[in-house]
Design a binder for this molecule. Structure first.
Ligand code: FAD
Ligand code: SF4
Ligand code: SF4
Length: 204
């Protein structure tokens, strides 16, 4: 089997549990999609969809710092254990109630939301750093990027004369929105970033 999930038998692809052994639904769906894309490419000679990044401006998110400390909820199960054997089809994990589901979802860090400071408008007042609930906004003398322009590292400094920018570290941001609320020049924005697929144009 090669990277395209194609076996040595002509026209035969594999995916899902048959490919990986016992796994999860999400992995089975992902590998099924991959195999389908590769089949389409083999048949038509062209990709039928391409990965694109969709970005759109969005509003403040209002996640709270205290939500960082919420414990993971245990999934309720059928108890006592002997009740799991009343019929062969008892589902042991009964799932969350709507309220429990809402509570559990607060633990999500909403990492598809990207906070950014427009350094050309920043006046370096540091208000955002003062209200930040954690070490998420950095004074930096340099920003390291890769060939695609993606940020790979920040060179921090505490010496004012060396500060070239104030930068949000999205890996540490909890999307509370506090920095946006206090910025006096409104130079902090939030973008919703989503990796999605778009049908390729026929003949591409
Ligand atoms: C008890 C149990 C609980 C699980 N719970 C979870 C869970 O909570 N969350 C989760 O993500 N994953 C769970 N999994 C794993 C998940 O079910 C599998 O990873 C997923 O279903 C794999 O999908 P698949 O399409 O590869 O295979 P399957 O879903 O097994 O589909 C294969 C299909 O092929 C059919 N088939 C087989 N041989 C032939 C044949 N010769 N001709 C025609 N058809 C055939 C089978 O009947 C079956 O319908 C659980 C698995 C088990 C066993
Ligand atoms: S929204 Fe702003 S203040 Fe809140 S965690 Fe993210 S960077 Fe820090
Ligand atoms: S609050 Fe706004 S202007 Fe002040 S340092 Fe932060 S981003 Fe810059």
């Amino acid at each position: 089997m090669d990277d395209a999930l194609r076996t040595s038998a002509k026209g035969l692809y594999v995916a899902g549990d048959y490919l990986t052994g016992p796994s999860t639904v999400i992995e089975a769906i992902a590998s099924g999609r991959r195999a389908a894309e590769n089949m389409a490419r083999e048949i038509t000679g062209a990709a039928f969809c391409e990965k694109v990044v969709r970005m759109e401006d969005t509003d403040i998110t209002d996640r709270e710092r205290t939500w960082d400390y919420l414990h993971r909820l245990e999934i309720p199960t059928v108890e006592p254990v002997r009740d799991r054997f009343t019929t062969p089809l008892v589902e042991v994990e009964t799932g969350f109630t709507r309220e429990q589901g809402k509570e559990e979802s607060k633990r999500c860090y909403l990492c598809y939301l990207h906070y950014e400071i427009d350094v050309s408008r920043c006046i370096y007042c540091r208000y955002c750093i003062d209200v930040a609930p954690r070490d998420c906004i950095k004074m930096v003398e340099a920003v390291e990027t890769n060939r695609d322009g993606a940020v790979t590292g920040l060179v921090e400094t505490s010496r004012w004369q060396d500060v070239h920018a104030i930068v949000i570290d999205n890996a540490r941001c909890i999307r509370c929105g506090e920095c946006m609320r206090v910025c006096p020049v409104d130079c902090i924005s939030v973008t919703r970033v989503e990796l999605t697929e778009k049908m390729a144009q026929m003949g591409d």
